[in-house]
Design a protein around this ligand. Structure first.
Ligand SMILES: CC(C)(COP(=O)(O)OP(=O)(O)OC[C@H]1O[C@@H](n2cnc3c(N)ncnc32)[C@H](O)[C@@H]1OP(=O)(O)O)[C@@H](O)C(=O)NCCC(=O)NCCS
Length: 329
């Protein structure tokens, strides 16, 4: 029997209509458009308002995929939701999405790998497909980052936004297409630099945790920057070497969107032309697990069958990784 491969057969994305631009931020904290554009490279970020969560954005995306592919929710064997901002502490947001989309025949769980969520999720789903355990899997990145952003902290509030995007992964026996290889890394040295202090079981919510603003993102920006600017390029080089590929074999790089300076430095180290390095940070900011599938969704018309895409990420944990995808459509 020939080997089973996992291929991406559909990709969709969604960002809420409401946006916060730099002008609006400059009325909330002591900042300005010039500082944000030079140091981070973000103009606007989309925000999900009201009592809605990542599952509401994910439902829009999953419904689009099911309709586009003309498949029944019953055919989905696995649903992975990559998120650091789940609808609730439990159950998993994947189960809430499954319920909202009528997916009853599969199983689902969440992956929390910070901004590397989608890269971890796609790798995990690929293993389930390749082993024959499931035939169709949804990998979703869905985040309501603005629910944990402190709009009194000028160092973090310009960075993050909300969005959801997802891929459908299917089994095929066709050779030389789909998810070819992946490398994942993590190092707990990153915990102290990027975390949310309260809300977990160590520090459940109390009046004090709320008053001390401990339910928001805590980030030591420079430490995170120093790691991110090196690790995405390094793991991509590791992946190329393992697959006997040269930098010139890359058609498109889909890097996590955290800071335009990090994205540019990664592209330069990999000797890519600017048009090969996909970017949408100006409009969406850092949507954590949703950045990479959102980039894929917005650029899918550009990709040709057989193109080598490299997906690479760095995030809280620290976590980082890279995936080689040979575009199958
Ligand atoms: C957060 C980040 C944009 C800050 O940029 P930076 O160049 O490192 O800036 P610094 O933290 O050194 O701050 C420099 C100065 O700008 C100020 N500053 C910070 N945010 C500001 C803002 N929004 N507007 C104006 N000034 C600001 C600081 O207070 C500091 O002032 P000081 O010199 O008087 O103390 C940058 O470190 C970064 O992008 N880090 C990685 C973040 C990331 O990728 N996170 C996602 C996880 S993957």
């Amino acid at each position: 029997m020939s080997k089973i491969h996992a291929i991406i057969t559909a990709v969709e994305g969604y960002a809420p209509e409401d946006v916060i631009d730099n002008e609006m931020l400059s009325k909330m904290v002591d900042t300005n458009d010039e500082w944000i554009m030079t140091r981070i490279g973000i103009k606007t970020r989309h925000i999900l308002k009201g009592d809605k969560g990542p599952s509401d954005m994910a439902k829009i995306v999953v419904d689009k995929i099911l309709k586009e592919k003309n498949i029944s929710p019953d055919e989905i064997g696995l649903i992975i939701c990559c998120t650091v901002t789940p609808d609730m502490q439990f159950p998993a947001t994947a189960n809430i999405i499954a319920d909202k989309c009528g997916i009853k025949n599969g199983f689902g769980f969440d992956i929390n790998a910070g901004c590397s969520g989608f890269v971890y999720g796609l790798t995990t789903a690929t293993k389930y497909i390749e082993s024959g355990f499931v035939k169709k899997a949804l990998v979703i990145g869905a985040e309501k980052m603005t629910s944990i952003v402190d709009y009194q902290d000028r160092a973090t509030c310009p960075i993050f936004g909300d969005a959801a995007a997802a891929v459908l992964l299917e089994a095929t026996e066709e050779e030389n297409v789909g998810v070819v290889d992946a490398i994942l890394h993590s190092d707990g040295v990153g915990v102290k630099h990027l975390h949310q202090v309260a809300g977990g079981s160590c520090h459940p919510a109390t009046i004090d945790t709320v008053m001390n603003r401990q339910h928001f993102i805590y980030q030591e920006g420079q430490a995170v920057f120093k790691w991110a600017v090196v690790k995405m390029a390094e793991v991509t080089e590791e992946l190329l070497e393992r697959n006997n590929m040269q930098k010139s074999d890359i058609d498109y790089l889909l890097p996590h969107q955290a800071n335009l300076r990090i994205i540019k430095a990664t592209g330069e180290r990999l000797e890519l032309k600017p048009e090969q390095v996909l970017v949408n940070i100006q409009e969406y900011g850092n949507t954590t697990s949703a950045t990479i599938p959102m980039l894929m969704y917005q650029n899918k018309e550009k990709f040709k069958k057989g193109d080598n895409l490299i997906l690479t990420s760095f995030g809280a944990g620290f976590t980082w990784g890279a995936i080689l995808v040979k575009w199958a459509l």
